[in-house]
Design a protein around this ligand. Sequence first.
Ligand SMILES: [Zn+2]
Length: 150
Amino acid sequence: MHRETRLLYVDGLTTIADKVAMTNTISHELVHQWFGNYMTMEWWDHFWLSEGFATYYASVGVREVGSDGTGGQNFMPMERMITDVVQRALQEDVLPTRHPVLYTALTENGLEVKYSRIVYQKAGSLLRMMNIVLCEDIFKAALTQFLKNL
Ligand SMILES: [Zn+2]
């Protein structure tokens, strides 16, 4: 479920911040066609994988949409990922409430932890880091091969 401001554009009312959030939300959900729908996790413990890929590739998607100069680049998606995802993950990762991305929920309360925002942020940050370390072409080729082998 998403708030209306995350999906509905209203000329004259929608702010730039809303447009940025809206674009990112739509991109995130589109990524789930591959990571979440096509590649489905074996069990909920691996929830972090689909949300990590959706978080990271949402930014890449916005960047690519804007590569023809129509707007996505103006949203600075890769820079926003650093401030909105990586830095927040690092800030939360020093708190006593931190937890690993691979988390087995043993209680009902554990489910809230499993689906907390930090899982999205940490997993997206991990995948961003892997992309940087491996180089985008190699990372993309490996993911493409992985998806073809499913
Ligand atoms: Zn998601």
